[in-house]
Design a protein around this ligand. Structure first.
Ligand SMILES: [Zn+2]
Length: 188
């Protein structure tokens, strides 16, 4: 009953409404609706941007950038780099990682450049038995004392501040850009 009444009212309204007015309304809807949707989208984006990342999330972002940077820095001008554990040489984008000597779970050495070297995906698998290869490489590079120092550092508590991590992210991006230019420029 209510539906029938509503339909009858709608039909009456439609017939009564002058054509020009109906067109004007349709036009207004066509303009207003996309505009309202665009505004809602813009607001949602602004809100997402305003929502600050936690410092831990920023440290993770910095760590990812540093892993890429270290792979690039060790690459030759054609982008080829060797795994420090097994010696396999591949393009830095081809299953090569920025591997950690001391697990990246240790916050204090997570962003320490001495701790990050190119490592192939196979050697970087958990439980891959790559410790001996890593130790040999690191001792050769930094000496026993240097490796012990890094281990000692990894056991300390490190608190990161927002400003310093922001600076690091900026620095790493800048250095990555330069390295990518070097590799790209020289491989053409
Ligand atoms: Zn390897």
């Amino acid at each position: 009953m209510a539906i029938a009444l509503a339909m009858a009212m709608a039909m009456a309204l439609a017939m009564a409404m002058p054509l020009a007015m109906a067109m004007a309304m349709a036009l207004a809807m066509a303009i207003a609706l996309p505009l309202a949707m665009a505004m809602a989208q813009a607001m949602a984006m602004a809100m997402a941007m305003a929502k600050k990342k936690t410092i831990a999330q920023m440290v993770n972002k910095a760590a990812e950038l540093l892993q890429l940077l270290r792979r690039l820095e060790e690459s030759d001008d054609s982008g080829y780099v060797s795994c420090v554990v097994c010696g396999v040489t591949k393009h830095y984008k081809d299953n090569m990682h920025g591997g950690h000597f001391i697990s990246r779970a240790r916050t204090a050495t997570k962003l320490d450049e001495r701790n990050i070297w190119p490592e192939c995906a196979r050697c970087n698998m958990p439980g891959g038995g790559h410790e001996a290869g890593w130790a040999a490489f690191m001792v050769n590079k930094y000496g026993i004392e240097g490796v012990e120092e890094l281990h000692a550092l990894s056991r300390t508590t490190r608190k990161y501040y927002r400003g310093e991590v922001e600076d690091l992210i900026g620095e790493f991006k800048e250095r990555i850009k330069k390295e990518e230019e070097r590799v790209v420029t020289n491989s053409q």
